[in-house]
Design a protein. Structure first.
Length: 144
């Protein structure tokens, strides 16, 4: 700690002279609304913005937790997409034709192989709450 007092580190993110604090702290974060905590993260912590200069391999622990939270979100979204599609009575191919992306798009969404466009997810959520609106999206044949 004497070295820290003699040679303080400053937050490069804040860039306003904020001195970093060395120690092990629990770090709380979220990705896509999926919260996670990494216990006792060692490093230089900014008390103002939360930036961390990791030490002793804790960057890898943090990265692993971030990846796990992201995977949990993707699985939850895939399950939600499949449930809404089934509620609407659509096959994967029908959903792909209606929402775009092709016949295999929904298979890829539902197996976490491809990320659907945000507008597709939002529209599916609306239809999940109001399935009666599906008929508004189905294309009617145009008169010749």
């Amino acid at each position: 700690m004497n070295e820290y007092v003699r040679n303080p580190r400053y937050c490069l993110q804040c860039d306003d002279g904020t001195i970093l604090e060395y120690g092990a702290k629990d770090v709380h974060d979220s990705i896509h609304g999926e919260a996670f905590t990494v216990r006792a993260v060692k490093g230089w912590h900014c008390p103002k913005c939360g930036e961390i200069e990791f030490v002793d391999g804790d960057a890898e622990r943090y990265s692993d937790a971030l990846e796990a939270a992201s995977e949990a979100y993707e699985k939850r979204r895939a399950t939600e997409i499949k449930a809404i599609r089934k509620k609407l009575g659509l096959t994967q191919a029908e959903a792909g034709k209606l929402f775009g992306g092709g016949a295999t798009a929904f298979s890829e969404y539902e197996h976490c192989k491809t990320e659907p466009h945000k507008s597709t997810v939002l529209l599916l959520r609306v239809l999940g709450r109001h399935p009666e609106l599906l008929s508004e999206l189905v294309e009617e044949p145009h008169p010749a």
